[in-house]
Design a protein around this ligand. Structure first.
Ligand code: HEM
Length: 183
């Protein structure tokens, strides 16, 4: 049956609902939970990082109340831990396949228009030319100067992609990840 009926309104069918549920699970629940598990495992493997996180939490929130979303901007070390975890363990290691719109030369390689492009964020996150010789180490302090963010402006760190087809759930994911560590 045509998805549009005669008066031009959309009919949502069983297939559409199934596709929406699959999108929700694969794009949002699965990605966020995998990112949280990776970050937890890095924190457990690096007790020094766990202690620094606890100290920050103690200083910013204290012991007499629960963490609120408005505390998040002040938890700067937590922010570095999230970045470092997504650098080493980007959930979408190749992003989602893109298609080039124009012929282009990148680093001497000719890439014709309409090529299927996979961006290997996993290997970018571990490239010693970008992150220095300690690229394989979990070192949140490398983000101390705050110059690199996750929002697709700095191409060395794009776990959420970049530009118009970047992840629309990024803000929700970043808030969820940080609140889960704290509670
Ligand atoms: C840590 C959690 C998440 C990570 C690492 C992540 C990562 C990504 C990446 C890499 C892409 C492809 C971007 C590109 O190819 O340029 C993407 C797309 C997408 N993400 Fe996320 N995501 C996360 C959480 C979420 C959440 C919570 C939602 C929804 C509430 C969401 C919804 C989507 C959707 C709908 C797309 C497709 C956008 C499009 O094709 O235009 N994601 N995500």
């Amino acid at each position: 049956m045509n998805p549009r009926d005669e008066d031009e309104s959309y009919i949502i069918q069983r297939e559409n609902i199934k596709a929406l549920i699959l999108d929700m699970i694969s794009a949002s629940f699965e990605t966020t939970s995998v990112a949280i598990v990776w970050a937890f495992s890095e924190i457990l493997r690096n007790p020094r990082v766990m202690v620094r996180l606890q100290q920050e939490l103690e200083a910013v929130v204290g012991r007499n109340r629960l963490v609120e979303e408005s505390d998040l901007p002040k938890l700067t070390y937590l922010d570095m831990v999230v970045k470092e975890s997504l650098r080493l363990h980007p959930v979408g290691a190749f992003l989602i396949p893109h298609e080039s719109m124009e012929d282009i030369v990148v680093n001497g390689y000719f890439i014709p228009k309409k090529s299927r492009i996979l961006v290997n964020t996993w290997s970018m996150g571990r490239d010693p030319n970008i992150w220095s010789k300690n690229a394989e180490e979990f070192l949140p302090e490398r983000f101390m100067d705050g110059k690199i963010d996750l929002r697709g402006h700095h191409f060395e760190l794009i776990p959420f992609g970049s530009g118009r087809r970047g992840c629309p759930g990024m803000q929700l994911a970043l808030v969820s990840m940080r609140l889960v560590y704290l509670n």
